[in-house]
Ligand binder design. Structure first.
Ligand code: PLP
Length: 494
């Protein structure tokens, strides 16, 4: 088999998969993409008989060609284990005639666990492959979710350390408890006095600090990046689309080759891009329905071919989709432009300079794999209530955005292809919004008490991940000013 090489969307390369994973963002500011998309390695029938880790292995092996079978099998086994509260890892629920792919059974009860539980394993294997014996140091600023998912993924993984910064008083009580109770000698959690942007800027400064990099080098360490543009997060996400199709096949819901639509609640465009890659591998996918909340920059993009970030930014009940610059979209734009790095550089420069760019007519024509839709706050709450009242099935607000968009799409188009709605967070992660929709008027002293009330009222059990942090001892208590982030990192790396 010919190796797959990785190129930056802005021209840098080629590099191997392991180099791309260790590097994260390409040095020219672009995102690494494979030079071709491999075909599905087995028939759909064969794939439908595999366990989740075995299926994930097949997908990873097809893309990450410079890793050995043994390495990749170990990565998959180390990631998709009892950290998830069901051996199925990603169960598929049939609710009426819609299927919900539940990607929230990991440690942080949201879909980022699917990729962040395997990324640390891929990184350490990549470092070994590159004969890089340096310890990998991950620095991350978080507005709540990514921090915990990264901490849970890297905790106690040999050869790695992770420091997470979050805005003091700027995350939800459950999110804060999830982080400050994090176990693992290689973890560090610090609250900074400032907002998320301050913390993010602080982290970027540390990553670009030449003196700090030299100091790390002396200590046998190097920085790396766990954010969602890392190709090591994108590839593992392809696996659950294949898994969803395989499940439908195994349960006789579809016949081999029948198309299936996916509706994906979208922010940074990483999740739905993985679905697109699955389609290009040969998975029979009909439409990819890209669901946005009130921040509908992607809906406008798919309707008009113009990306325009110059607009008001709204805080919504689906915060992980409150995004005006969808970083991973660059990978799609690169492909639409015929893998022309010059074209991509030009469009991205326009985005930086003018806040907008327009696709050429021939690029627009290639958008037909996608349909865009959006749901406002009222529609989102109404969808949570509708699905609960009709089917006694709970949706978190992100999933509800997608579910609502799918209902509208179906009405407007008459497309009745079997459809999977991708469910990205547990309803217990957003108890306030969910209870507001299903049991209006019920309140409780704090989020944990509200989770208990929700369990009482709905009969859905409180997830183990919530109960664990409720009683776990606090291990991280540092609060610091932005200006003191560097000395705190150095103290942690001692
Ligand atoms: C991150 C996230 C999303 C958005 O996924 P992208 O890959 O950024 O498009 C949707 N829902 C939840 C719960 C998330 O955490």
């Amino acid at each position: 088999m010919k190796e797959i090489a990785y190129y930056s969307t802005r021209g840098f390369g080629p590099v191997t998969a392991s180099e791309a994973i260790l590097t994260g963002l390409a040095p020219d500011g672009g995102l690494f993409v494979p030079d071709r998309i491999p075909a599905l390695p087995l028939s759909l029938g064969e794939l439908s008989r595999l366990s989740y880790p075995d299926l994930a292995y097949e997908i990873l092996h097809a893309f990450l060609t410079d890793f050995s079978e043994e390495e990749l099998r170990a990565c998959c086994a180390g990631a998709y284990d009892e950290k998830f509260d069901t051996p199925e890892i990603a169960p598929l629920a049939k609710v009426g005639d819609v299927y919900y792919l539940e990607l929230y059974h990991g440690k942080t009860i949201a879909f980022k666990d699917m990729a962040l539980s395997i990324l640390p394993h891929l990184m350490t294997a990549a470092a070994a492959r590159q004969q890089d014996r340096k310890e990998i140091v991950i620095l991350t600023a978080t507005s709540g979710d990514t921090g915990k998912a990264a901490l849970a993924g890297f905790a106690n993984v040999p050869g790695t350390r992770i420091a997470v910064f979050y805005p003091h008083g700027g995350v939800s009580p459950i999110q804060e408890r999830q982080m400050v109770t994090q176990e693992g000698e290689n973890t560090c959690v610090i609250a900074v006095r400032g907002n998320f942007d301050d913390a993010q800027t602080g982290v970027k400064q540390l990553l670009g600090d030449e003196a700090l990099r030299e100091e790390l080098d002396r200590r046998g360490m190097r920085f790396s990046s766990a954010n969602s543009i890392n190709i090591g997060r994108l590839v593992p996400q392809i696996a659950y689309y294949v898994h969803a199709y395989a499940r439908l096949l195994r349960e006789g819901e579809i016949r081999e080759g029948d198309p299936v639509n996916f509706t994906v609640p979208t922010g940074n465009f990483g999740n739905i891009l993985a679905a697109y890659y699955a389609k290009k591998m040969g998975l029979p996918v009909g439409k990819l329905i890209c669901a946005s909340n009130r921040n509908r920059v992607l809906f406008d993009f798919f309707s008009t071919g113009t990306y325009d970030r110059r607009r008001p930014f709204y805080l919504t009940t689906s915060p992980s989709m409150d995004i005006l610059i969808s970083s991973n979209l660059e990978r799609l734009v690169y492909e639409l432009g015929g893998e022309d790095a010059g074209k991509d550089r030009d469009l991205m420069a326009r985005l930086t300079k003018d806040g907008t760019y327009e696709l050429t007519p021939d690029m627009k024509e290639k958008l037909t794999d996608f349909a865009g839709g959006y749901a406002d706050e009222e529609q989102t709450a109404a969808e949570i209530a509708r699905v609960w009242n009709t089917y006694q099935y709970l949706l978190d607000p992100h999933t509800a955005v997608a579910s609502s968009v799918y209902q509208s799409y179906r009405k407007e188009t008459g497309d009745d292809t079997p459809t999977v709605v991708v469910s990205t967070a547990s309803p217990f992660k957003f108890t306030g919004t969910v209870m507001g929709a299903v049991c209006p008027g019920v309140t409780a002293a704090d989020d944990f008490a509200l989770a208990d009330r929700m369990a009482q009222e709905t009969g859905w059990p409180v997830p183990a991940a919530v109960n664990e942090v409720r009683s776990a001892p606090v291990r991280h208590r540092t609060v610091c000013d932005i200006s003191a982030m560097k000395e705190n990192v150095l103290a942690f790396l001692k």
